[in-house]
Design a protein around this ligand. Structure first.
Ligand SMILES: Nc1ncnc2c1ncn2[C@@H]1O[C@H](COP(=O)(O)OP(=O)(O)OP(=O)(O)O)[C@@H](O)[C@H]1O
Ligand SMILES: [Mg+2]
Length: 388
């Protein structure tokens, strides 16, 4: 069903001797919603600009439908872009903003195919109204664009890009300027538009929640390299390394040793897990999500620790628990007060084992989170040994 539409082959890009894209390899399927996700400066916009034809890569190829398009200028690619600062024309109304691209177009004259003529007014009108309907702006044709809300302006920008019927739409942090509530609404709206129009979206964001909500495929990038490609579920449940685990959602990342297949050792204790394929006694990074930890009476715990901080979050409590000096985040609906000794249990499927990487040891400890709260609350951390 899914057919490859775009392929990036071994893309490298450097600015002033600094490598900003480091051998990027990626394919994008037709009608896919693919998101480039990563921290500021990781190369998302650069990648998007190369696909759009606004930047020429230092080396490597861009293929469209199997054809190399490195030298094809932007306006000849079947690709349109919605930039973060989507400049609408303030002197034109909504209809004319969307119609703009169509008024520029010429097509062969049916009477004399060697001559080029403007699109007929009737066709322009039909296509603009169809697009306005798709972005839920029917009836707004005559409105000035400065008399629209941020979300409505954003939808005009999207209609304007889609009316040319590109095969691919590139969107660079298009919701960055909107407030949180509108952002959430527009995420759902964008996904709906993409499915209704049935085209490929390549979307850039540094917001992991946004990426998880909208994407078919997420590409996690750091420092010009792809760290992982997968569905939102893959990326969340099976992060490849500590960087991905930390960037997507909240994660406790603990040093472990793989005893054998499906058995990992943490803090000298053995925990059944589902992972296999590691060498005997291989050192590993172990991810345990805060929501996968059950609090149990101390005597039943696989580990025991001391609560050092509690934050009420509405749906749940975020509690920080000290296990021999390493602080974990646990999300729970049960209240455990600061200073309480608790036991925890983790089901085998709540444990995810990863290979050691250059990101090992950099992420996944909640000590600083806890310290900040400790200072705010002036709560003395509990003294006393922890015989986990
Ligand atoms: N025209 C340029 N000249 C020099 N350096 C550049 C240029 N464009 C981008 N860079 C650098 O390349 C790196 C990647 O930039 P890019 O804009 O692709 O990042 P990004 O992932 O989109 O970040 P953000 O989330 O902040 O938009 C950055 O270090 C940036 O400073
Ligand atoms: Mg950017």
């Amino acid at each position: 069903m899914s057919k490859e539409l775009i392929r990036l082959r071994d893309l490298c890009m450097a600015y002033d001797d600094e490598l900003v894209l480091d051998h990027l390899n990626l394919y994008i399927n037709d009608k896919e919603f693919l998101t480039l996700l990563g921290p500021s400066g990781c190369g998302k916009t650069t990648t998007l600009r190369i696909i759009g034809g606004f930047t020429t890569p230092g080396s490597g190829d861009v293929l469209f439908d199997g054809v190399r398009i490195n030298d094809v200028p932007p306006y000849k690619r079947q690709i349109n872009t919605v930039f973060q600062k989507y400049a609408l024309f303030p002197h034109l109304n909504v209809f004319e903003n969307v119609a703009f691209g169509l008024r520029m177009q010429r097509k062969p004259d049916p009477a004399n195919p060697r001559r080029k003529v403007k699109l007929p007014e009737e066709e322009i009108r039909e296509r603009v109204l169809e697009m306005l309907e798709a972005v839920s702006l029917k009836g707004f044709e005559n409105r000035r664009t400065d008399a629209l809300s941020g979300g409505q302006q954003q939808r005009v920008a999207i209609a304007r890009a889609l009316v040319n019927r590109p095969k691919v739409l590139l969107l660079d942090e298009p919701l960055g300027a909107l407030d949180l509530k509108l952002r959430k609404d527009m995420q759902i709206e964008l996904k709906r538009i993409q499915q209704q129009v049935g085209i490929t979206f390549i979307y850039v964001t540094h917001d992991q929640e946004e990426a998880l909500t909208m994407s078919d495929t997420i590409v996690v990038m750091d420092k010009g390299s792809i760290q992982q490609i997968g569905t939102p579920e893959d990326i969340y449940n099976e992060p490849k390394n500590a960087f991905v685990a930390d960037f997507i959602g909240e994660s406790n990342i603990i040093d472990g040793i793989m005893v054998r297949d499906q058995l990992v050792q943490l803090y000298g204790r053995q925990f059944p897990c589902l992972d296999s394929g590691f060498a005997p006694s291989e050192p590993v990074d172990v991810v345990i999500r805060p929501e996968d930890i059950d609090i149990v009476p101390v005597e039943q715990g696989q580990l025991t620790g001391t609560v050092t901080n509690v934050t009420f979050k509405g749906m749940q409590y975020d509690i920080i628990v000290d296990f021999r000096g390493f602080k974990w985040l646990i999300q729970t609906t049960d209240h455990s007060p600061v200073g309480a000794r608790i036991g925890i249990k983790i089901d085998p499927d709540g444990i995810h084992v990863m290979k050691k990487s250059r990101y090992s040891g950099l992420y996944g400890d909640y000590s600083s989170f806890s310290d900040e709260y400790d200072e705010l609350d002036a709560v003395e951390p509990e003294e006393g040994g922890d015989e986990a």
